[in-house]
Design a protein around this ligand. Sequence first.
Ligand code: PMP
Length: 393
Amino acid sequence: MFQHIEAFAGDPILTLNEQFAADPRADKINLSIGVYLNDEQRIPLMGAVAAAEVRLAQSINPHPYLPMAGLPAYREQSRRLVFGEGQGERIATIQTLGGSGALKVGADFLKAWFPQARVWVSDPTWDNHKGIFGGAGFEVGTYPYYSPATHGVAFDAMLAALRALPAGDIIVLHACCHNPTGADLSQQQWRELALVVQERDLLPFFDIAYQGFGEGIVEDAFAIRYFAEQNIPLLVASSYSKNFAIYGERCGALHVTGKDADEAQKIFGQLQSAVRKNYSSPPAYGGRVIATVLEDQQLRAQWEAELTAMRVRMKQIRSELYAQLKAQLPGGDFEYLRIQQGMFSFTGLPVAQIRKLRDAHGVYLIESGRVCLAALSSAGVAPVARAVVQVMT
Ligand code: PMP
């Protein structure tokens, strides 16, 4: 029966991680992963999360299903975190299984109601964008995004490509901390992009998986809030995996803005229908933890302070690595490390040098050249800088 089934090629990042685990060198450094590690090289347990868990554990309760849309308090808090105060009545929000679940339910919703649309993602993007939208039945294309020459956004090329799209097409946008490049649009560029989206009647689907990792909770949501203020209809997939370090509990949210409360209600109903056909209702535990933190003034302040510390640490690692590389190779262009945002940067190192980093120095990067700076400890900066300089010279 199953003879025709082909082997799963695997995920190149996971395969590399297996290779890293099997590497006997004691001084090996893994910068290929997509999680935030603290300076002790562990996924942190945030104090606010632990405190909420202790609180929840004090009353042991039965485990009923959550509603299809998830916990009301979680939905309310999630909407406010992304959109700020106000406009709530015209936004349909549901709790989802991480950012991935939000993208999947959003993609199914869109396929049901915009069957002719095509989906456009940045070149490059998080690989699973193609998997999820393709899996929902969409034809997925790319728009230019990254300029290796400037290590920044190829904004003119991006706008030109989006201007040429037919009305009603869907564009996936990283709201902040672009994965994999770390290159983000400036506020001025977001404003210009909003004009093109309005002129061309495009439907933006924002992915915000790193809110608070770039410049701050409010700053990182700038594009979404600005587009919403311009009354541009939009979708948002938000994730708590990184900013609550709650990866395995699968916490995220999907938001869709309607023109008014009536439209939002209809959308809300259809989102529930999409949930029902996928997994019926979301898991409860992580949702309760997050709602507890966000609803409680003290826990929320603690979470924000811890998130700030994570952001500051990533920026410090970026500038320490920059300083050491610049000192050892003054002619090298490493400014991008300080300008790019979030966990990742695109090093632009050719594949041969990335292999040499791994084979000769035990420093693991994925072959696209993406480096996860959030996985680098302060003790790792000097050996990584030395290794990079050696493979470059
Ligand atoms: N979008 C982007 C851009 C991501 O990088 C990720 C995961 N790292 C996700 C979505 C998925 O998030 P989650 O793990 O919450 O499903």
